[in-house]
Design a protein around this ligand. Structure first.
Ligand code: DGI
Ligand code: FE
Ligand code: FE
Length: 191
């Protein structure tokens, strides 16, 4: 499937706000890939499709991951916020024929993160936070950091989500905490 057809479908199916965010993630992913030496085309493609399932119902997301035979943790299966990455990776493969596992995994893990992410996974995870239409307290410092130190920026991104969820007394997925802690340990070993 050609990129312009994917873009056309996303433009007609997503809300205008979500489409603007998607364009931003595609551009920021490409930029980060150029900066850190990942494949810019793969990064941009993953950015374009990363939220393709975001506006689907929980039932639609569950049907997608079931079709793929994924075994997912119960809290992930029960949450649109946590399930749209895995569901999006299935949609991208079945509907658009995207087969590249690197791209599909970057979509799969873009919300939760995890320990030992590939460079491409890290880039899409971070681009999701820093794309131009994102506006939350601290986003400008995070953007500046993203251009300087990938690991530090990733830790800051994890911590902003984790702190936000903790303040709401919300459930925090173990893989997110583990992904954050692994980077903190790696960072300590570096200094
Ligand atoms: O899809 P986006 O809005 O662009 O961004 P995203 O894929 O990072 O989803 C963010 C939402 O997921 C945000 O509202 C926080 C929520 N979320 C809920 N539980 C968790 C979580 N995010 C992480 N990383 N870990 C969780 O346990
Ligand atoms: Fe998302
Ligand atoms: Fe997103």
């Amino acid at each position: 499937m050609q990129l312009h057809l994917i873009q056309k479908e996303l433009k007609s199916s997503l809300s205008s706000k979500r489409f603007r965010h998607t364009e931003g993630v595609a551009a920021s992913s490409r930029e980060l890939a150029e900066r850190y030496g990942a494949d810019p085309d793969k990064a941009e493609l993953a950015g374009w499709v990363h939220d393709c399932a975001k506006e689907k119902t929980l039932e639609e997301m569950q049907a997608l991951v079931q079709r793929a035979g994924f075994f997912l943790d119960a809290p992930v299966l029960a949450s649109r916020a946590l399930l749209h990455g895995p569901a999006g990776s299935v949609y991208a493969r079945l509907h658009w024929g995207i087969k590249d596992p690197e791209v599909l995994n970057a979509v799969f893990y873009h919300t939760t993160g995890k320990p030992d992410m590939t460079l491409l996974e890290k880039i899409v995870f971070l681009a999701d936070y820093i794309e131009p239409s994102r506006d939350f307290p601290g986003v400008d410092t995070l953007r500046a950091r993203a251009g300087k130190d990938l690991t530090e920026a990733l830790i800051e991104a994890y911590d902003s989500t984790i702190a936000h969820l903790a303040w709401q007394h919300a459930y925090i997925y173990e893989l997110t905490l583990a992904g954050r802690n692994a980077l903190v340990l790696a960072q300590k070993q570096r200094s």
